[in-house]
Design a protein around this ligand. Structure first.
Ligand code: NAD
Length: 264
């Protein structure tokens, strides 16, 4: 197949480097003829993101730190001037103080709880509100979540609580925006070694555990998640909204350690 995304334009938020999940999705969209714009968080990341954008002929839509709403406005102003309308947006953003991604959830501070919720949850709604205005022919919005929203995972802590809220907001947004033919979905990806994941305590153990116990007996790659993203952002999924779609080698259906799993 080719050209699934021909004639479609959209924004990718959350590329930090070539290991980012957002980069995997961007490549899958580009390979099918979609046109892309990237945001970056600050000048340090701009240097990394710029060459990646060039590789896909993507536009740099500007600096965006979602904790400063004026930077979200600036990005959407740029897109309106550039394209007038958009067809999709990818939100692959999450953050919490790494000192609280270890130990007990109960020890989370009020300040970090609020910050984590603002950056990892509210930002998707803030983006959706602005993207809606540019999705005049309908559209598809996508965010990234993790199984730690559904079940307690060691060290994921406040981020698990945030992902639960993010998944609920996907459903509320799907209902609000559905009448405009705007779809809102999330991919619940299995663990992948990225910059963000390196902040989570014992992440290597989590990767091994998934590899040994997932039905497919392997972890997932950003290319694989990218292909699921392509489905969510293309017309192939035109009847799908409010969905939390697992791309995790099937790990979420497992109730117990696999009988053949080696000790870690
Ligand atoms: P990553 O570090 O490559 O990407 C995280 C991105 O969030 C970065 O581009 C960073 O600039 C951005 N970000 C953080 N704070 C921001 C802010 N205040 N304003 C704007 N951008 C900000 O890591 P990733 O693993 O690709 O993460 C992307 C998403 O996927 C996150 O929501 C993460 O929770 C989710 N996810 C990751 C995994 C995994 O195992 N890696 C699994 C499931 C879900």
């Amino acid at each position: 197949t080719s050209g699934l995304m021909k004639g479609k334009r959209g924004l990718i938020m959350g590329v930090a480097n070539n290991r980012s999940i957002a980069w995997g999705i961007a490549r899958a969209i580009h390979a099918q003829g979609g046109e892309l714009a990237f945001t970056y968080q600050g000048d340090a990341l701009k240097k990394r993101v710029e060459p990646l954008a060039q590789e896909l002929g993507a536009v740099m839509a500007g600096h965006c730190d979602v904790s400063d709403e004026s930077t979200i406005d600036a990005v959407f102003d740029n897109l309106e001037k550039l394209w007038g309308k958009i067809d999709f947006v990818v939100h692959a953003i999450g953050f919490s103080d790494k000192d609280e991604l270890t130990g007990r959830y109960v020890d989370t501070s009020a300040a970090n709880f609020a910050m984590t919720m603002n950056i990892s949850v509210y930002s998707f709604t803030a983006v959706a509100k602005r993207a809606e205005k540019l999705m005049t022919d309908g559209g598809s919005m996508l965010t990234m979540t993790y199984y730690g929203a559904e079940k307690v995972m060691p060290n994921y802590n406040v981020m698990g609580v945030a992902k639960a809220a993010l998944e609920a907001s996907v459903k509320y947004l799907a209902v609000d925006l559905g009448p405009k033919n705007i779809r809102v979905n999330a991919i619940s990806a299995g663990p992948i070694k990225t910059l963000a994941a390196s902040g989570i305590g014992d992440f290597r153990y989590i990767l091994k555990w998934n590899e040994y116990n997932a039905p497919l007996r392997r972890t997932v790659t950003i290319e694989e998640v990218g292909d699921v993203g392509l489905y969510m952002l293309s017309d192939l999924s035109r009847s799908v909204t409010g969905e939390i779609h697992h791309a995790d080698s099937g790990y979420h259906v497992v109730g117990m350690k696999a009988v053949d799993a080696p000790d870690i």
